[in-house]
Design a protein around this ligand. Structure first.
Ligand SMILES: Cc1cc2nc3c(=O)[nH]c(=O)nc-3n(C[C@H](O)[C@H](O)[C@H](O)COP(=O)(O)OP(=O)(O)OC[C@H]3O[C@@H](n4cnc5c(N)ncnc54)[C@H](O)[C@@H]3O)c2cc1C
Ligand code: FES
Length: 369
């Protein structure tokens, strides 16, 4: 069955902070099954801005039991879609949306006792929010620990919701905020200029780094309860540092899961990819029961070569992070600019990200799932 967009209506719009808007989609009864999701997954929305058709991925931030599927969009400096949505979105607007997708997810299990650790920074809280809310509601014995870093009080996303969850699930939700630069308030009054600014934040300060991660794990681990996963989402340097620190704490690699919103700026693979020799390649693509032959003679990737032929393969971020464009390499060899969106076992099973893949052999055959 081909991957299809579905037209969804915006049911709620909420300005969460000065630079972030939450958008809720009401899912019609006949699409409920298609839009069922596992906590941590994302939606891809397609829109046309100034005549340009674009797609972007946004993690679902609502829990599985909530009445709308919510996403949160944070403004990015010079960002096309994030600013457009923050400025223009209104209740009643409709968007073409792909069904939920993504590997950064957990499967809810009603039975058993387990604990999870979550590490978020900035808008990286979105998929974690869905995971935590869903677990607390559906897994009566599971404990969630969250370390959530932000610059200051004004940038904490979902603070009210998080505080409420902590009140309701006192014994099962351990919430740890961390601010790198809490706000300083200048005292008011006649001689206030003589007084130093005061800080009203009484919580922890610092960054999500080696020290705070070690303290967080040490203070929070519930003895004799298995840890089912460590989930990380935030800016790329935060993800990489947290991952390394968890490995250094002897945490099993398979238990650590990362979600990147953007691809790393430089990677050895990009260099390897641009340094390669150009070849004339025939790429056979199996997509939705069709077989398409492409000729690739330059640095075009497979998704772009398909789009150039007016064929729409599955894709979303086009940056190698989301894995919507994943396909199986059946014959030949390719090189990928970025492959962060693939799990190790997917790479071993021969999957590639077609938005990042360039042929290395004259014949290549790929098959979309
Ligand atoms: C799986 C996945 C889930 C995502 N979930 C969310 C989410 O829940 N909330 C959310 O706000 N965004 C999320 N994103 C990011 C989102 O898809 C867009 O990339 C983001 O909104 C910027 O799009 P734009 O059109 O505004 O910026 P663009 O016009 O595409 O980019 C403008 C500039 O900003 C840089 N840039 C793009 N994205 C970022 C970023 N996240 N941080 C720093 N610089 C950036 C680009 O490199 C470029 O230089 C997710 C991305 C992926 C792949
Ligand atoms: S489209 Fe997101 S990884 Fe290729």
């Amino acid at each position: 069955m081909p991957i299809q967009f579905h037209n969804l209506k915006v049911a709620t719009v909420r300005q969460v902070t000065a630079t972030a808007v939450q958008i809720g989609f009401k899912i019609p009864e006949n699409k409920k099954e298609i839009f069922q999701f596992e906590p941590g997954q994302y939606l891809t929305i397609s829109l046309t801005i100034n005549g340009e058709k674009v797609r972007r991925a946004y993690s679902i931030c609502s829990a599985t039991h909530e009445p709308t599927i919510n996403i949160l969009v944070k403004r990015i400096d010079q960002g096309l879609v994030s600013n457009y949505l923050n400025d223009e979105i209104k209740v009643g607007n409709t968007f073409d949306v792909l069904p939920p997708n993504g590997h950064f997810k957990l499967t809810l299990k009603e039975q058993g006792q387990r604990q999870y650790f979550f590490f978020g920074a900035g808008s990286g809280i979105t998929p974690l929010m869905s995971m935590i809310g869903s677990i607390l509601e559906s897994e009566p014995q599971t404990v969630c620990h969250l370390l959530y870093g932000n610059r200051d009080e004004d940038n904490i996303l979902f603070q009210r919701k998080l505080d409420r969850l902590q009140l309701v699930y006192k014994n099962r939700f351990k919430l740890n905020y961390l601010l790198s630069r809490p706000k300083k308030i200048q005292p008011k009054g006649m001689f206030s200029f003589l007084q130093s600014p005061t800080v009203s934040w009484t919580g922890a300060t610092g960054r999500v780094d080696k020290k705070s991660i070690a303290t967080f794990i040490k203070n929070n681990t519930t003895q004799n309860t298995p840890v089912d996963g460590y989930f990380i989402c935030g800016p790329n340097p935060m993800i990489e540092a947290t991952y390394e620190n968890l490995l250094n704490l002897q945490i099993e690699k398979d238990l650590i899961h990362r979600e990147y919103f953007t691809a790393p700026v430089s990677s050895e693979e990009i260099i390897a990819s641009t340094d390669r020799e150009q070849i004339n390649a025939t790429v056979k693509v199996k997509l939705d029961g069709q077989e398409i032959d492409l000729q690739i003679t330059d640095s075009t990737n497979i998704v772009q070569a398909l789009l150039d032929k007016n064929i729409e393969p599955p894709y979303s971020c086009l940056s190698g992070t989301c894995s919507t464009c994943m396909a199986k390499l059946v014959e030949g060899e390719v090189v990928m600019d970025v492959s962060i969106g693939l799990e190790d076992d997917e790479k071993e099973d021969g999957y590639i990200l077609t938005c990042q893949a360039h042929p290395l052999t004259e014949k290549v055959t790929i098959e979309y799932p």
